[in-house]
Design a binder for this molecule. Structure first.
Ligand code: IVH
Length: 671
């Protein structure tokens, strides 16, 4: 794998992130999504954490808050405008509650949750009910005075309303904090106009809102409809606002817009139901949201819990999983499907996208690779929406290593499958194995599955397989488990007895040992011993299906090529569908830990044995918990000499301390 030098990678990431930052904050025209920015930013943070000597004070990670722009008066906040810790799943939410419970033992908290709006934070200061100042969040301690601009926002009352029961809040200082957003409909209307005028469109509502509020000309601000929604209310005397729910009721009473969905929950489970609900309807909300805010409802408790860094302990931001992420392409592995079609699969450093870990994605075909110009070593943007299979969306070409060569598909096919010829005919975008006319590959696959070393279904030999496939009864390997006596007896090859025998033999192999099943799948580079090692390590098909390259490489004897081949096999949708089909048909491989007298002992057989075949020797060794290897390595315990042992083998065995035994001794060990 091409692993970029950390120092070079850090330098490139900083340069690129600085550029993205400039596009975002100064030009209001970001060229990438937040998820891409966040992905690269966290990679930089990670690299800097691993190499603290490479951290420089001008690194983008060392910046705190936003820079203040010239032209606005700086205003110190009455209390800091904090931000929130992000959490991404129920477990993290629960862990947050546990942390609070430790600090406030015995107290029961109610939770308050609201939709998190994607805009910019702003504090409105009312003196005796009159708007006197509006300040951006800035660096959390001080922000910019944007009063003139905020006064143009139609739903910000210049004077608070009077409502019975809330009169107190019209006396003295009332600070209302909230989010300035641009509603989706206003944003779309603005862009439509710009399109008609031939002007470039704005990138997204939040940037436009942020850019607008920091315009020096309030007339321009007035021409871009902004919208304010409150989420907090501060008084000099905190006891004026006992709970967050009260603050929201007060906002409504004072004429400040706020989200009507905000509610109180007595348990975190109920709060999570709200999270799920909003997750479903968030597309229909009038503004963009990427999550929810969950806080302790009681404000005295909230204050008591205090602040760590820039974040209060008593609140979190629940973020819906990002549907995009960035990662590096480690390799492009081509897999051959049952029809002989070649499918390229990109193998990545594992990365979480939309809540699941992704380490590979199909690149579909040669044209697709060429169109996206994906190369080994490239940093790519991965996209995954909901349950949809992850895709490579684009390449971050700025981060391409100089050594990354254009991916040559035909050359790669030749390198990865030197024994096969491929062709691409007519308008077909897919390369296929030459001469793999019709169902040749499928026939081979079924035969292999049924072969002695794998499932050992003895009545399912070559001729029967050919007959079943040609008759259209078997369209994939799992189909053999669907065969009925009636299906089979119709074929010329079968008579009553042979048909019965076949059906029984197949049914007999519905609960195969895991290692035989894994071998039977015919994954390239996975031979009998590797299948056993895989079974021992992962112990189920499901665990193997989601194994990472790193986990696979931990298995003795599995290197990069084998690991990538397995991962690529598991990336193929047809293969995954096949595994599901096996399950649906009741094929349940079982795993049995083989411990016995030979546990921890490994054997290599050289030459020919007289009393048994190599396969038989291997099976018997394994049945007693031993390992059967094909060549002598440093972990080989015994070299079984069938006949004379060559000098080089002998020397190797001696250097590893491997004991050389004859066939008779093997027999004794197997007794
Ligand atoms: S409550 C201590 N409620 O999200 C901060 N914030 O990372 C308590 N935001 O700075 C904030 N919608 O700008 C709260 N319904 C909401 C919000 C919200 C958006 C923003 C706000 C804050 C940031 C927190």
């Amino acid at each position: 794998m091409m692993q970029p030098q950390p120092s070079a990678r850090i330098r490139e990431l900083r340069a690129l992130l600085n550029r993205y930052n400039y596009e975002y904050h100064v030009e209001d025209a970001p060229s990438v999504s937040d998820a891409v920015y966040d992905g690269l930013f966290s990679e930089l943070k990670q690299l800097e954490a691993e190499h603290p000597e490479l951290v420089t004070s001008d690194s983008i990670t060392q910046r705190v808050g936003n820079e203040l722009k010239e032209g606005f008066v700086k205003v110190t906040h009455s209390t800091r405008m904090l931000s929130l810790n992000d959490v991404f799943d129920v477990e993290e939410v629960r862990a947050w509650v546990v942390r609070m419970d430790k600090l406030l033992p015995g107290s029961k908290h109610e939770f308050f949750a609201d939709i998190k709006m994607d805009g910019l934070a702003c504090a409105l200061i009312y003196q005796d009910g009159v708007l006197v100042q509006a300040v951006t969040r800035g660096d959390s301690f001080a922000g910019e005075d944007v009063t003139n601009n905020v006064r143009t926002i139609k739903n910000v009352p210049l004077r608070l309303y009077e409502t019975a029961g809330f009169e107190k809040l019209l006396q003295g200082r009332t600070e209302i904090r909230g989010e300035i957003v641009m509603l989706k409909k206003d944003f779309e209307a603005l862009n439509k106009k710009r399109r008609q005028n031939g002007e470039p469109e704005f990138a997204n509502p939040r940037n436009l809102a942020a850019g607008t509020i920091r315009q020096l000309d309030p007339r321009l601000v007035a021409a871009r409809p902004l919208h304010f929604r409150g989420y907090d209310l501060l008084r000099d005397d905190p006891s004026d606002v006992p709970t967050n729910m009260f603050a929201y009721e007060a906002l409504t009473a004072l004429g400040i817009s706020r989200n009507r969905e905000a509610s109180v929950f007595t348990s975190i489970d109920d709060a999570m139901k709200f999270v799920d609900h909003v997750g479903k309807i968030r597309g229909e909300l009038p503004f963009n949201t990427d999550g929810l805010v969950i806080k302790v409802n009681d404000r005295a408790q909230f204050a008591q819990l205090g602040v760590v860094g820039k974040q209060p302990r008593a609140a979190v931001a629940y973020k819906y999983a990002a549907e995009q992420a960035t990662t590096i392409v480690k390799d492009i592995v081509i897999s051959i499907g049952r029809t002989g079609a070649a499918t390229p699969v990109a193998v990545f450093d594992p990365v979480v996208v939309a809540g699941t870990t992704v380490q590979h994605a199909s690149l579909h075909n040669a044209d697709e690779i060429a169109r996206k110009d994906v190369r080994i070593g490239d940093t790519v943007v991965i996209f995954k929406a909901g349950d949809i299979i992850p895709q490579v969306e684009s390449v971050v070409t700025e981060l391409r290593p100089k050594t990354a060569e254009k991916f040559e598909y035909e050359k790669a096919l030749q390198e990865q499958y030197p024994e096969l010829d491929f062709e691409r005919t007519g308008k077909d975008v897919v390369y296929r194995v030459k001469g793999a006319s019709g169902d040749l590959i499928l026939k081979r696959a079924v035969q292999y599955y049924a072969s002695k070393g794998a499932l050992d279904i003895d009545t399912l030999g070559e001729k029967n397989v050919v007959a079943l496939v040609d008759a259209g009864l078997v369209r994939d390997v799992a189909d053999i488990y669907k065969l009925t006596y009636e299906d089979v007896i119709r074929l010329d090859r079968f008579a009553d007895l042979s048909a019965r025998k076949l059906i029984l033999a197949i049914a007999d192999k519905k609960q195969p040992p895991l290692e035989k099943f894994v071998l039977g799948l015919g994954i390239r580079h996975v031979g009998a011993q590797t299948a056993i090692d895989l079974a021992n390590k992962f112990q189920s098909v499901d665990a193997l299906k989601t194994a990472t390259i790193e986990q696979l490489e931990q298995v003795d004897g599995i290197g990069k090529v084998v690991a990538e081949s397995i991962v690529a096999w598991c990336a193929d949708e047809d293969n995954l569908a096949l595994l599901d089909k096996f399950t649906e048909l009741g094929v349940v491989p079982y795993y049995e830990q083989k411990t016995g007298r030979l546990s921890g002992k490994s054997f290599v057989v050289t030459g020919t044995l007289t009393s048994m075949s190599r396969d038989e020797a291997a099976d018997r060794i394994r049945a007693l918990g031993g390992t059967f290897q094909t060549s002598v390595g440093k972990d080989t315990t015994y070299l079984v000499a069938g006949g004379k042992v060559g000098a080089s083998k002998l020397k190797k065995a001696e250097s590893y301390g491997t004991k050389i035994i004859d066939e008779k001794t093997l027999h004794e060990l197997l007794k």
